[in-house]
Design a protein around this ligand. Structure first.
Ligand code: FAD
Ligand code: NAP
Length: 455
């Protein structure tokens, strides 16, 4: 831990959340004010947010961004406080009192709701729960997934849905060297799932996949990709849009869909069927899912889905709703319940009446909603810090008691995890992984993480 917190002439700023937006906010702060002390507050004992618990285990290259975050964390003016949860271990008022500014980067840890009957049946899960489970998130290890039925349905056609498809269709051999948890490999190796239906409420030209992800699904070794002919509609409005440069990537997706064709290759063990223009209306079953009924849609001129009145029912034993994550409100922080975001103007937190909350800022998914890749959060955090820079003379007026933040944690007997502590956990995970030929074996139990840190 640096002793820089003791210097009276420095700004002390709290960043809540150690995902991409938190690290990029820290980077931008230090670029503008190299002498600032930044306290990164993270609820879990381990850093990196969705880079650790979201990005798919079979996409290790994307996790190399952690090297950038390590460099930021190793700056002597940066102090990591893992295992400290805003609103549980510390209140927003305590953070505000002990810092010149607080930047909220705590992401989106809940789900958009499908709002249809049957979502309490066994076998219905959000993709977020599944992703967090196979990626070793300690808060998701209690979930039980039933892989015993041959049909699974994924609702939503975005990149998270594509990740879920790959994990359900790849063989143990293809996953065993990654950092997917051993528990997940063991359970997936017993999976009886053979057919995945991946459902979009709009047409192929409105799917949210990126072409890279769809191409990768097409390259799966033992999986047939095909599209439902009836729902594959590209009309003149779509054709017009797809020729515009802004739609170049989705035009590539559409061309890949066409290459998939309408027929299943029954020689392949697994299949992924893309069905478009379907909205779920009811999940059916006694105690567990047996089928899902969908309304067939058509598109309005402005590309919204509207019901046709025709329905279709798909038998399945497992359903993942992959319709987007959702941010959660925290006490005394202005929140937009419709968008699931903190109310803000270019990162400056404002209340419902539009009044600025001095010294409170936000960035990342909790600022703008659950969309965008890792890099998107860099520009987003730069925007927030540019806003903060404009306020700097006001922020400097505040007097902060020396060590006030650490003193609160100590008074509450909060066992916070430093970056050095995290590195001990990191070393053990890599070592445990290498013994069994994996890049890392994640520790999924918080008490175990803390006991390693205590050694
Ligand atoms: P997060 O990454 O969620 O970080 C938020 C952090 O805040 C977390 O560490 C969390 O534990 C912490 N936190 C939450 N609540 C509190 C609290 N109360 N107190 C303290 N800390 C708290 N992008 C890519 O570029 N490539 C990919 O391959 C890719 N794959 C993805 C796969 C999935 C399944 C998902 C969901 C997203 C993926 N993304 C990918 C997008 C990328 O992960 C996000 O853009 C990015 O992680 C958002 O960053 P964030 O910092 O806003 O939120
Ligand atoms: P997303 O891209 O927003 O896709 C959500 C999907 O759910 C869309 O098809 C959407 O359809 C549908 N949907 C939303 N509400 C619905 C409802 N009520 N009923 C039925 N369908 C509904 O979200 P995501 O897949 O969760 O991804 C989040 C972000 O992470 C994205 O920016 C993504 O690119 C990024 N990510 C990137 C990677 C990668 O780079 N490899 C991997 C994973 C995630 P509509 O379009 O009709 O709303």
């Amino acid at each position: 831990m640096s002793d820089s917190l003791n210097h009276k002439d420095k700004l002390t700023i709290a960043v809540v959340g150690s995902g991409p937006s938190g690290f990029y906010a820290t980077e931008a702060l230090l670029k503008n004010f190299p002498n600032t002390s930044v306290n990164i507050i993270e609820k879990l004992p381990v850093p990196f947010g969705l880079v650790r618990f979201g990005v798919a285990p079979d996409h290790p290259k994307l996790k190399q961004v952690i090297m950038v975050y390590n460099r930021i964390a190793e700056n002597p003016n940066v102090n990591f406080f893992g295992n400290v949860e805003l609103d549980k271990d510390i209140t927003i008022e305590e953070l505000q009192r002990t810092h010149h500014a607080v930047i909220l980067c705590y992401g989106a840890r809940s789900d958009r709701d499908l709002n249809i009957p049957g979502t309490s049946l066994k076998g219905y899960h959000s993709a977020r729960e599944f992703v967090a489970w196979y990626n070793g998130d300690p808060e998701a290890q209690h979930h039980k997934f039933d892989f015993s039925h041959k049909n699974a349905v994924i609702i939503g056609q975005g990149n998270v849905a594509a990740d879920v498809c790959r994990i359900l269709t790849k063989s143990v051999d293809e996953l065993k060297k990654t950092d997917i948890t051993t528990q997940a490999i063991e359970q997936l190796s017993e999976s009886k799932i053979r057919n995945i239906h991946i459902i979009g409420r709009r047409g192929p030209a409105q799917a949210k996949f990126s072409s890279k992800e769809i191409r990768e699904l097409g390259e799966l070794s033992n999986c047939s990709n095909f599209i439902e002919q009836q729902s594959y509609v590209i009309d003149d409005i779509d054709k017009n849009q797809l020729s515009a440069p802004a739609f170049a990537d989705i035009a590539k997706c559409v061309s890949i869909f066409k290459d998939f064709g309408y027929k299943k290759d029954s020689k392949k063990q697994h299949s992924i069927e893309y069905k478009f223009l379907l909205s779920p209306i009811k999940i059916c079953g006694d105690s567990k899912i047996e089928s899902i009924t969908f309304m067939r849609n058509r598109l309005t001129d402005n590309r919204k889905a509207e019901p046709t009145g025709d329905t279709i029912t798909i038998d399945c034993g497992l359903c993942f709703s992959s319709i987007g994550y959702r941010g959660q409100a925290i006490n005394n922080i202005p929140f937009d319940d419709v968008k699931g975001t903190i109310i803000n103007d270019k990162g400056r937190v404002i209340n419902k009446q539009g009044t600025v909350i001095t010294g409170l800022y936000t960035s990342g998914w909790i600022k703008r909603g659950p969309s965008g890749i890792i890099g998107t959060n860099r520009a987003d955090s730069v925007e927030t810090i540019e806003t903060l820079v404009k306020d700097i003379e006001t922020l400097k007026q505040k007097t902060i008691e020396e060590n006030a933040f650490i003193n609160i944690l100590k008074a509450k007997k909060c066992r916070y995890i430093s970056y050095e502590d995290w590195k001990k956990i990191d070393d053990i995970e890599i070592k445990n992984g290498s013994i069994i030929g994996k890049s890392r074996e994640k520790i999924t139990d918080i008490d175990k993480m803390l006991s390693i840190a205590n050694k």
